[in-house]
Design a protein around this ligand. Structure first.
Ligand code: NDP
Length: 279
């Protein structure tokens, strides 16, 4: 199984679109990010997910520049960190991200966490919308927002995020939140799409992988694609970087999708709870 075609794209509400498979760089040190991003772009990824908080925007930007790819061919996402959510802090934070990345605009900019107790996500959102209206970013969205946070944002501003990037993998498949996204017209983007590797030893996934002659990681990424979710797997391992993109040449049956859906657990979350996370 190695036949690949172009990675599908998911349409975003403002008229742009995002590749359904992108490359995540959380925990990649700045000094290694240029080389890792170069590997990913060489392998065929055309979407990179970074954040101010990852401390590697400079390395990511260097990797993008070294690729020589036209700017329009790489979809670049970064995120506003929680200490910069005050109204007057947002634009400087965004400009610092642009400067570190060496870019003059982003494709997607997200509020990284809602931090509901701080009461700042509405004002931060209004500033993100202003950045989009100024042409500095093609689309704006959020990350780690619950259905309640999304409803509060839309009620307060009348502007719906294009994307909500949330923890999502077979052990934590976020069925209710995805349904809410569909109602609101928000694209679902999965962080830790491989459950940081923790789900890959499950025998259900191994059996499906064997049936297709692929790896459990490829089965999980294929499951994301067939669910319509955008996935941003991270790896620093060249073979995995390539293999994680090589998921277009096979198709899971309805029964196989149902079996993977059945791995969902009430307590399957591995990252922080968005209601509580405050840095
Ligand atoms: P992933 O689910 O992508 O898993 C990454 C881990 O799995 C790494 O340890 C990697 O190891 C390993 N791995 C990757 N590919 C394979 C494979 N084919 N087989 C076996 N193991 C594999 O976790 P992340 O938490 O990194 O999430 C992905 C991205 O999501 C992040 O990089 C970041 O961009 C974003 N993110 C966003 C968050 C947010 O709050 N918005 C929070 C967390 C992540 P190795 O690298 O050694 O190959």
């Amino acid at each position: 199984m190695t036949s690949t075609t172009t990675v599908p794209a998911v349409a975003l509400r403002g008229g742009t679109s995002i590749p359904q498979l992108g490359f995540g760089v959380f925990k990649v040190p700045d000094g290694e990010a240029a080389q890792v991003v170069s590997l990913a772009l060489d392998a065929g990824y055309r979407s990179i997910d970074t954040a101010a908080a990852y401390g590697n925007e400079a390395g990511v930007g260097a990797g993008i520049a070294a690729s020589g790819l036209p700017r329009d061919e790489v979809f670049v996402t970064s995120k506003l960190w929680i200490d910069m959510m005050a109204r007057e802090a947002v634009r400087p934070a965004f400009e610092q991200s642009l400067e570190r990345l060496g870019l003059d605009r982003l494709d997607l900019y997200l509020i990284h966490w809602p931090v509901p107790g701080a009461g700042r996500f509405v004002e931060a959102w209004e500033e993100l919308v202003a950045l989009r209206e100024a042409g500095l970013v093609r689309e704006v969205g959020v990350s780690n927002f619950t259905a309640e946070h999304l409803d509060a944002l839309v009620a307060a501003t009348g502007v719906t995020p294009a994307v909500n990037q949330v923890e999502l993998h077979p052990a934590f498949s976020q069925r209710a939140l995805r349904a809410h996204h569909r109602e609101l017209g928000i694209a679902t983007e999965a962080w830790s799409p491989l459950g940081q590797g923790t789900v890959l030893g499950d025998p259900v996934l191994s059996a499906i992988a064997d049936a297709h002659g692929v790896t459990p990681a490829q089965v999980v990424l294929r499951w994301h694609l067939q669910a319509g979710t955008v996935a941003i797997p991270k790896s620093v391992t060249p073979e995995r970087i390539a293999a994680n993109l090589d998921v277009l040449g096979f198709e899971l049956s309805a029964e196989q999708v149902a079996a993977i859906d059945g791995l969902d657990q009430v307590d399957g979350r591995i990252g922080p709870d968005p209601e509580e996370f405050a840095g």
